[in-house]
Design a protein around this ligand. Structure first.
Ligand code: ADP
Ligand code: TPW
Ligand code: MG
Length: 579
């Protein structure tokens, strides 16, 4: 007999692996244990096998929500969140979230299965055919495709580095269906994997940049610190606090940086924001961009032209001078930059003049008193303030709760009313002001941290990801959703200016009961018409950890067009009366 049968036995003894397992092993080797996605050809088995290998795989109802979950997982952990999608349509659904992650500087990796290269490139009409790599490229920080199982380790390593190093962002990783079934010897496979060492290396600022900044700061009579979500992301909480306190400079947080230092910190000038923006002479930007959210650093909001010098800390050198001149750029990672500032400040740093801090405190007191009057009302139907007073108290009592927030009035009013006490506890619509992040953010927030989530959602905002309440119930997640139901977008009293039977473009079915949606999936639904009912329902939800949706009935006439940013809304001078 020939040696053939023996050879077969020998071959059978060689341990083999395949593309599926290599992807999973590569992720796990790099400490990535959660996947957010939607199954289907060609990645159904990837999800199953990942679950079999002990990863947590959260299956969503729509890829955009899975993508948003991955993005915020990246923000919360500094490790890229993973979104897994099927080819063409699933990929495209995930792409909005990838672009949004990149815009917000959140690290994530969109891994998408794709169709066969040979067919796609000849445009022969494969199942879900699309040149996904080309489409993803302009919308993210980097895009890679792996064609050989032996390259999976390198592909995943490159994706991780690209996502988290320098300015974080979204990365696309294209995995054609054929790759998953490719087989290779397990030992060679193991050797092909890469454990990424120091994926986001420290970027130390130049000592001369630190000195230049301190020179500018020493000359300031009315200094101000603005903390952005880059500062929250950096997880340099202790050094940032030490810098703020040692400098004695008042600070104001951007939306998602609320809580990095407590909103009730004596140096917090958020309640006097317009005053400090207009009157400050030196502004220290830490992980915040001078984009539309800060009126590009110029204009009326910023006081007289030429009245301001900027010091900016950012990891991205090209951010400097993007809108106005930066007198003292400090390029580096925030942890290294802030600790270098702290060291160089020495032990005898002078706090800002008392007139400046006294003026801010006086303004704060006036504004807080004005707000207290509005918050004190017990109106029914509720207006924004009477409902938000209750939710402010909930966060005060349970400051480790993660707050997710979207909408227009629901967003702007909640941001103003609800004080935050801990870093990275406020997650919202970010740089684009995008609707639809709600349920994806809520799900990943609790999956990644184990903390309870309170999602405060406009009724319109909620609708963009509302089907994920089924996902929340399926995984039994401790998420309490409060829908601010004012029957529409901005307001619920719109009229059709054409006079026809169709409702106004900004209206929804009046008196809808969103609470009944969650009941159909086994969650707890509550209809709340008063602040007391709302408080009871939220307390019960947070205490029990049960998936809960509270339909908070809000006066349809309480809101204003576009919330706080109505000024950005172009209006026709020619429009019909009433429109
Ligand atoms: P906000 O919306 O809160 O103002 P932005 O998203 O506009 O914040 O700005 C965040 C900035 O933080 C970005 O310019 C980004 O490059 C920067 N950034 C993110 N992470 C770091 C880090 N670890 N070190 C330094 N800068 C960072
Ligand atoms: C992806 C435009 C901004 S805010 C908003 C829309 C549709 C909803 C506001 O109504 P809501 O809040 O949520 O009921 P409230 O309290 O004022 O009534 N599509 C996307 N993103 C944005 N930002 C929009 C549309 C928008
Ligand atoms: Mg609404």
């Amino acid at each position: 007999m020939s040696a053939a049968p023996e050879q077969t036995t020998e071959e059978a003894e060689v341990e083999m692996t395949d593309g599926f397992h290599l992807v999973i092993d590569a992720l796990k080797l790099n400490g990535i244990n959660n996947i957010y996605g939607v199954p289907g050809i060609p990645i159904t088995d990837l999800g199953r096998l990942a679950q079999a290998e002990g990863m947590r795989v959260i299956s969503f109802r729509h890829e955009q929500n899975a993508g948003n979950a991955a993005a915020i997982a990246g923000y919360l952990t500094k490790s890229p969140g993973i979104c897994l999608t099927v080819s063409a349509p699933g990929f495209l659904n995930g792409l909005v979230a990838l672009a949004n992650a990149t815009t917000n500087c959140f690290p994530m990796i969109l891994i998408s299965g794709s169709s066969e290269r040979e067919i796609v490139d000849l445009q022969q009409g494969d199942y879900e055919e699309m040149d996904q790599l080309a489409i993803a490229k302009p919308l993210c920080k980097a895009a890679f495709r792996v064609l050989h199982a032996a390259d999976i380790g390198i592909g995943v390593a490159r994706a991780i580095r690209a996502a988290v190093s320098g300015r974080p962002g979204g990365v696309y990783l294209d995995l054609p269906g054929k790759l998953f079934g490719q087989v290779m010897e397990a030992e060679a496979g193991r050797r092909s994997l890469v454990k990424v060492i120091d994926p986001a290396p420290a970027q130390i600022p130049a000592p001369s940049a630190i000195e230049r900044a301190l020179d500018v700061l020493r000359g300031a009579k009315k200094p101000l610190i603005i903390l952005g979500k880059g500062a929250a992301y950096a997880q340099a909480d202790d050094d940032i606090r030490a810098f703020v306190e040692k400098s004695g400079i008042p600070f104001t947080p951007m939306s998602m940086a609320k809580g990095l230092l407590p909103d009730l910190h004596p140096q917090c000038a958020a309640a006097a924001r317009s005053t400090v923006l207009a009157e400050s002479d030196v502004v220290v930007m830490i992980g915040a961009r001078l984009n539309w959210l800060l009126s590009h650093g110029k204009g009326k909001q910023w006081g007289p032209p030429g009245s301001k010098k900027f010091i900016q800390i950012d990891i991205e050198p090209r951010e400097m001078d993007s809108n106005v001149e930066i007198a003292a750029p400090i390029v580096g990672d925030i942890g290294s930059c802030v600790s270098a500032l702290l060291k160089a400040m020495g032990d005898d740093w002078q706090h800002p003049p008392a007139e400046w801090t006294a003026a801010i405190n006086a303004k704060k007191e006036t504004n807080i008193a004005r707000m207290a009057t509005r918050l004190g009302k017990n109106s029914s139907p509720m207006d924004y303030h009477s409902a938000l007073r209750v939710l402010r108290d909930v966060i005060k009592e349970r400051p480790d709760t993660i707050l997710v927030n979207e909408g227009a009035n629901t967003l702007d009013q909640a941001r103003g009313v609800i004080d935050m006490y801990q870093p990275r506890k406020r997650l919202d619509v970010g740089t684009w002001g995008v609707m639809g992040i709600g349920m994806g953010f809520a799900i990943a927030a609790t999956v990644e941290t184990g903390k309870p989530v309170l999602a405060i959602e406009g009724d319109s905002a909620f609708g963009f990801s509302g089907m994920e309440v089924e996902t929340i119930c399926r995984y039994n997640l401790p998420i309490c959703i409060v829908v601010f139901n004012n029957d529409g977008i901005y307001r619920g009293d719109g009229v059709n200016p054409g006079g026809g039977d169709d409702p106004a473009t900004t209206m929804f079915v009046p008196g809808s009961r969103y609470d009944r949606m969650i009941e159909s999936f086994g969650g707890v639904g509550v209809n709340a018409t008063t602040p007391d009912e709302l408080k009871q329902a939220v307390d019960a939800a947070i205490a029990s950890g049960k998936p809960t949706l509270i339909n908070a009935v809000i006066d349809p006439a309480a809101g204003s067009e576009s919330g706080n940013i109505g000024n950005l809304n172009p209006k026709s001078a020619l429009k019909k009366k009433g429109a």
